[in-house]
Design a protein around this ligand. Structure first.
Ligand SMILES: Nc1ncnc2c1ncn2[C@@H]1O[C@H](COP(=O)(O)OP(=O)(O)OP(=O)(O)O)[C@@H](O)[C@H]1O
Length: 281
């Protein structure tokens, strides 16, 4: 399930009716191969495995040989300044970005594979919901695409903390509620992997905390999450941190390790330290 299929960061969801319980046998085989293969880490197989990824836009190379693995059921925060390549990396992972070289495996399949359509949720920077429809109408629309029933719609709305807004049109919602409405549309298919591109941008600190609480709840139910942000304060909500700059990964670490390695007490300071002192990845 994706919210963008073109080169923009905005756009409508595109989707295929392919609920999880009807997963493609070829994809399952591929998953099994991945679990048994040499790529499996001591902590289990990677939900996403990226090797030597390069992406060019126009004549410019914007990702320069990215290597990254995401652990199942974890929240990985993708942090870095504007223009460093976060969206390009996410788009590559969900299969809507042409890559120049390298390999990407998502849940044992190629990005964008048919078998992944209901397994992967992608929420872009713009709320890709129908603003003139109510929340329930929006969530029901996406539920139908994936064969999810009315009970699942109700549960998803409740899990997003929007029960009171069920009959409310999205256009009359607050910014935080509209963000959660997008999230609910992405979650109704019960994806195994969720990609969130700057979901907290423009939101107040209280609403951001609430949203991160929702992300944690989703991860605890087994979904792997990759979430980008340029607010380093949010790093503490993640299990893993990937710090990017100029199309490369500077650090692939966790919150405690980052603070310890940099000898800093805030994530902002830590990131500055990584950039200026070049703390080894
Ligand atoms: N058509 C293009 N030609 C050349 N460079 C491009 C093109 N499209 C995007 N870029 C560059 O690719 C780089 C990566 O962009 P991307 O949107 O992935 O960054 P980002 O980290 O998501 O930024 P932001 O946080 O501002 O959303 C940027 O430096 C951008 O200027």
């Amino acid at each position: 399930m994706m919210t963008s299929s073109n080169d923009d960061k905005t756009g409508p969801h595109t989707a295929g009716a392919h609920p999880r319980h009807r997963a493609d046998p070829a994809a399952s085989e591929a998953s099994t191969r991945l679990m048994k293969g040499p790529e499996a880490d001591a902590g289990g197989p990677a939900a996403v495995n990226i090797r030597s990824l390069t992406v060019r836009k126009g004549k410019k190379e914007v990702l320069h040989g990215i290597d990254l693995k995401l652990r199942p059921g974890s929240i990985t925060g993708l942090f870095g300044p504007s223009g460093c390549g976060k969206t390009t990396l996410m788009r590559s992972i969900v299969g809507v970005q042409k890559i120049h070289s390298g390999t990407i495996t998502v849940l044992g399949a190629q990005p964008g594979a048919k078998a992944l359509r209901s397994e992967v949720g992608y929420v872009t920077q713009a709320a890709a919901v129908y603003r003139d429809l109510t929340l329930e109408q929006n969530v029901r629309y996406f539920a139908r695409l994936y064969g999810a029933g009315a009970e699942r719609v109700r549960e998803t709305i409740e899990a997003a903390g929007l029960t009171e807004q069920t009959e409310q049109k999205v256009q009359s919602m607050s910014g935080g509620q509209a963000s959660r409405a997008s999230l609910a549309c992405a979650l109704v298919a019960d994806p195994k992997f969720l990609v969130l591109d700057e979901p907290t941008v423009g939101l107040d600190p209280v609403t951001r905390e609430e949203l991160w609480g929702h992300f944690r709840g989703v991860a605890e139910r087994g979904t792997t999450i990759l979430v980008s942000s340029h607010v380093m304060d949010e790093a503490g909500h993640c299990d893993r941190l990937v710090l990017m700059r100029h199309g490369v990964i500077l650090q692939d670490t966790d919150p405690a390790e980052l603070l310890e390695a940099t000898g800093t007490s805030t994530y902002d300071q830590a990131f500055l330290s990584v950039i200026t002192e070049g703390v080894a990845a």
